[in-house]
Write a protein that binds this ligand. Structure first.
Ligand code: CAA
Length: 258
């Protein structure tokens, strides 16, 4: 049997997904994304999982979409398969939080995949970029939209138009990544963060993710109302009663995730 393109492992309440196409620097083929989507959907549906970590290898999180596969495609080939829709687009509908643990290259579709996750923890050797312009194309998996929202128009234009790479320190200063850690700490740091998230009440975690994402998607009046209504809705959960009672009684909450 062929090795999986995405390895999965369960660590406590955390689902770990590892891109496993090292010889091609984890280039994202349709098959890689199909396996990734299936694995993420399975973790999303598993009530024993509260958060996920997506990682690659020490050399590459992912060096982009598979250039070898795309090379010969015509406009009709990409249009008819709705390339970068389907399984690719489905990843944004995963409801549980996903942390991208990025070491090495996160380029093109690799950078876009990291940005599609909920936050990025980077190793000191991480390098981010959108070099599609060198291939005669542009980012097609959210790069032109998520990058200016994550950093700034100036830096996004710089990266997208010149194809230069940004190192981990610059990415942290710019706001693309939430933390930079030594390479050997990367996975532990991401797993620890995911374990903390997974220990929280799952309904609050999912609503928090939906509300933060809404900040990018609607007008401020609408998104503030969306946030408040979700805040109200959490008062229907047992975990809200337990969480507040535990605070008042000075003890740790025992969340049931309902
Ligand atoms: N697609 C397919 N194969 C890739 C790849 C990619 N995106 N990136 C690297 N590889 C393959 C190489 O072809 C090479 O394979 P062989 O050993 O069989 O020749 C192997 O991975 C190792 O790569 P290099 O020898 O190039 O390694 P390096 O250390 O010299 O350079 C690198 C590393 C700078 C990341 C370089 O590989 C590179 O520039 N890769 C392409 C980056 C890129 O352009 N990404 C954007 C892709 S388009 C896209 O993603 C569109 C979108 O918006 C979705």
């Amino acid at each position: 049997m062929d090795a999986p393109l995405v390895k999965t492992e369960v660590r406590g309440r955390v689902g770990l997904l590892t891109l496993n196409r090292p010889k091609a620097l984890n280039a994202l083929s349709n098959d890689v994304i199909a396996e990734l989507a299936a694995a993420m959907r399975a973790f999303d549906a598993d009530e024993n999982i509260g958060a996920m970590v997506l990682t690659g290898s020490e050399k590459a999180f992912a060096a982009g979409a598979d250039i070898g596969a795309m090379q010969g495609w015509s406009y009709m080939d990409v249009y008819k398969q709705d390339y970068l829709g389907g399984d690719w687009e489905s990843l944004k509908r995963i409801r549980k939080p996903i942390i991208a643990a990025v070491a090495g290259y996160a380029l093109g579709g690799g950078c876009e995949l990291a940005m599609l996750c909920d936050f990025i923890i980077a190793a000191e050797n991480a390098r981010f970029g959108q070099p599609e312009i060198k291939l005669g194309v542009i980012p097609g998996y959210g790069g032109t939209q998520r990058l200016p929202r994550a950093i700034s128009k100036a830096k996004a234009m710089d990266l997208v138009l010149t194809a230069r790479m940004m190192d981990a320190q610059e990415a942290e200063r710019a706001g693309l990544v939430s933390r930079v850690v030594p390479a050997e700490r990367l996975l532990d740091e991401a797993l620890e963060a995911a374990a903390i998230i997974a220990s929280m009440s799952l309904p609050s975690v999912i609503m928090a993710k939906e509300c933060v994402n809404m900040a990018y998607e609607g007008s401020l009046n609408d998104t503030l109302m969306f946030e408040r209504r979700n805040f109200h809705a959490l008062f229907a959960t047992e975990d809200q009663k337990e969480g507040m009672a535990a605070f008042v009684e000075k003890r740790k909450p025992d969340f049931k995730h309902k």
